[in-house]
Design a protein around this ligand. Sequence first.
Ligand SMILES: [Zn+2]
Length: 81
Amino acid sequence: MSTRRFGARYGATVRKRVEAIEKKKKARYQCPHCKKEGLEWVAFGIWECKNCGFKMGGAAFEPISDTNAKFLSILEQYKKR
Ligand SMILES: [Zn+2]
């Protein structure tokens, strides 16, 4: 009984974590270059846009971390000038 309960709890935690990572990896994100949803996970921390070929570094399993988002918004403002 106790081993089974432990096993189930452990399994669920790991499964949830893996699922969350897999979802983030498989999901497409908006490309900061062409603004289309073509950004795909290529490798650890590397994202590539299937639409325009734009490559960028990001967080391990998400294309844009908070720091990157701030950096990109600064970059956007800079471009507009
Ligand atoms: Zn693109």
